[in-house]
Design a protein around this ligand. Structure first.
Ligand code: SF4
Length: 214
């Protein structure tokens, strides 16, 4: 059976969970979610390191109704494709922030849930402190004084590795275009199950670089 990236996730105790993005929220949004959780008799929330809320104990048949009432959207959290994008508050809220991570994340949100040869994690940080760890994601954007630095091919999983810098001093629009090119190139050319770092290793960094930067 093929699973969608937003399907409810079975837990060890047999219950199901859904994942929603809540990197930035308000008391009203949280109150609404809590009210609907009570209404649906859902009693547990876990916050992940990816800034997501995992709502545990939901009836899989009622996910759509739950989301409508709570005004939330299920995030792509499993399977092969672009997972929900992790971003820090950047210069909008953080005193150390150098770049606008929130707008950057909004620009890249169109890729979330897109199916790919393997999972793809994207993170954006507003400064080199890297609270979202962009250097160890498939695609990472790190805010610096003159724009974003683009890291590619990082991973924090079973085979941890630091991504390589593909471009620097990028505006939001330039970064968006390059991310789109990477995702399209990877989607068309990688083998199923070949993570971005492995794909780059197999075709060579120089070929990858030329294919993306021209
Ligand atoms: S990465 Fe920088 S801008 Fe983002 S939360 Fe951390 S310190 Fe603030």
């Amino acid at each position: 059976m093929t699973r969608n990236m937003t399907d409810p996730i079975k837990q060890r105790d047999g219950s199901y969970a859904i994942v929603i993005d809540k990197a930035i929220t308000t008391p009203d949004e949280l109150k609404k979610i809590a009210e609907v959780m009570e209404e649906f008799n859902v009693n547990l929330v876990k916050f992940t390191e990816s800034q997501r809320m995992v709502i545990i104990g939901i009836d899989p048949e009622k996910v759509e109704e739950f989301c409508k009432k709570a005004n939330v959207k299920v995030a792509p959290a499993i399977g092969k494709g672009v997972r929900s994008i992790k971003f820090c508050p950047g210069k909008t809220l953080c005193i150390l922030g150098l770049q606008d991570t929130i707008t950057m994340a909004e620009k890249l949100a169109k890729f979330e849930g897109m199916e790919l040869p393997d999972k793809m994690k994207i993170a954006i940080s507003g400064c080199p402190n890297s609270c979202t760890e962009p250097a160890v994601r498939d695609i990472g954007l790190m805010g610096k004084k003159d724009g974003f630095t683009l890291y590619v091919g990082g991973s924090a999983g079973r085979e941890p590795r630091i991504g390589r810098i593909l471009a620097e001093n990028l505006s939001i629009e330039e970064a968006e275009k390059l991310v789109e090119k990477i995702i399209t190139f990877y989607s068309k050319n990688a083998k199923k199950g070949q993570r971005l770092w492995k794909f780059i290793e197999d075709i060579s960094w120089s070929e990858f670089e030329v294919s993306i930067l021209g």
